[in-house]
Design a binder for this molecule. Structure first.
Ligand code: PBG
Length: 321
């Protein structure tokens, strides 16, 4: 009775291995985050994120053109305004940088799916995700501004708004406001379980959004808390989120799995800047094989249960780098 069961039969050649592969990475389920900065005259590489640049509207459109032609059609837009103030005015200005970019992408790339990041941090002079009163982030005042931002993005032509602020109740207020203005078709991808993470470090250089005092721990979650993350996701679902996101991805694969088992909406995971930059840095030193590491990381996120991955690697994958 030497083994009759031989799993190696299914690994005999590449075709058989492909046939039995349980998860795949497909461009149709990736979202590429892009940065647009109103103060630039030409694109500026982000030193902590090799291969990623901040863009002018023109350079963003040409970047998108190549990626779009290669078959990747989903984009998440981050903006940095001409000037910042305490009320994040540039974030909900109908002529703001994000709104302009969305209008252009909408008209030049029919068939694109446009997600917009909804937060105050890149638009406030203090770098916080909300309105600061007496040194604290005021929840409900922040939600009012976030709602205005989301509405202005919908008016510009976004398909999905993606609130990343972690204020309480914002998904409900955004849903109500979009509906009142006839945007019942516009979806909400909520950063539902967003942790206070050091993995966002490189991004804050890109978005110029580091807080000038304090930190984000009064709204972003404690990395130690699993049950609280499930409660955040449950609440956002009840408030009307169409897609739930977990962020970062790699250190939180357990939550991606649990969310996928529990909630009957698509689950997204954000493979954040620090996760990207660590791979790029190690690859530049020749310590790891970038393409293989990248594939393994993205597969792990899919295997954990994410339907959708937001990743800076989307560009390299689309362009075959
Ligand atoms: C803004 C925002 C952040 C990220 C997405 N939206 C940074 C933060 O909360 O400080 C992180 C993205 C990344 O690291 O790739 N609130």
């Amino acid at each position: 009775m030497y083994p009759t069961k031989r799993p190696r039969r299914l690994r005999r050649n590449p075709s058989i291995r492909n046939l039995v592969q349980e998860t795949k990475i497909d461009l149709s389920q990736l979202i590429y985050p892009v940065f647009i900065n109103a103060t630039l005259r030409k694109p500026a590489p982000i030193s902590a994120m090799p291969g990623i640049s901040e863009h002018t509207i023109d350079s963003l459109l040409s970047e998108i053109e190549g990626i779009f032609a290669a078959g990747l059609h989903q984009f998440l837009i981050f903006g940095s305004p001409q000037s910042k103030d305490a009320q994040a005015t540039g974030a909900y200005d109908e002529k703001g940088i994000v709104q302009q970019a969305v209008r252009k992408i909408r008209s030049e790339f029919p068939g694109s799916v446009i997600f917009t990041d909804v937060c105050l941090c890149a638009f406030t002079d203090h770098g916080h995700c909300g309105v600061v009163r007496d040194g604290l982030i005021h929840n409900d005042a922040s939600v009012e501004l976030l709602t205005r931002i989301a509405l202005s993005h919908a008016q510009a032509g976004a398909d999905f708004v993606a609130p990343s602020d972690m204020m309480d109740g914002r998904v409900l207020r955004i849903r109500q406001t979009l509906d009142e203005h006839g945007f019942d078709n516009i979806g909400i991808l909520s950063y539902a379980a967003k942790f206070a993470s050091a993995f966002y470090g490189p991004f804050r250089e890109a978005a110029h959004s580091a807080p000038q005092f304090g930190d984000r721990k009064s709204h972003q979650m404690d990395p130690a808390n699993r049950r609280e993350a499930l409660r955040e996701m449950q609440m956002d679902l009840e408030e009307g989120a169409d897609i739930l996101m977990i962020k970062p991805a790699l250190a939180y694969l357990d939550l991606i799995r649990e969310a996928s088992n529990r909630f009957l909406v698509p689950i997204a995971a954000y493979n954040v800047s620090g996760e990207y930059s660590m791979v790029k840095a190690a690859a530049q030193k020749g310590w790891v094989d970038e393409a293989q590491i990248r594939a393994e990381i993205l597969l792990s996120i899919r295997r954990a249960g994410a339907n959708i991955i937001i990743t800076y690697f989307a560009r390299d994958l689309a362009l075959g780098n």
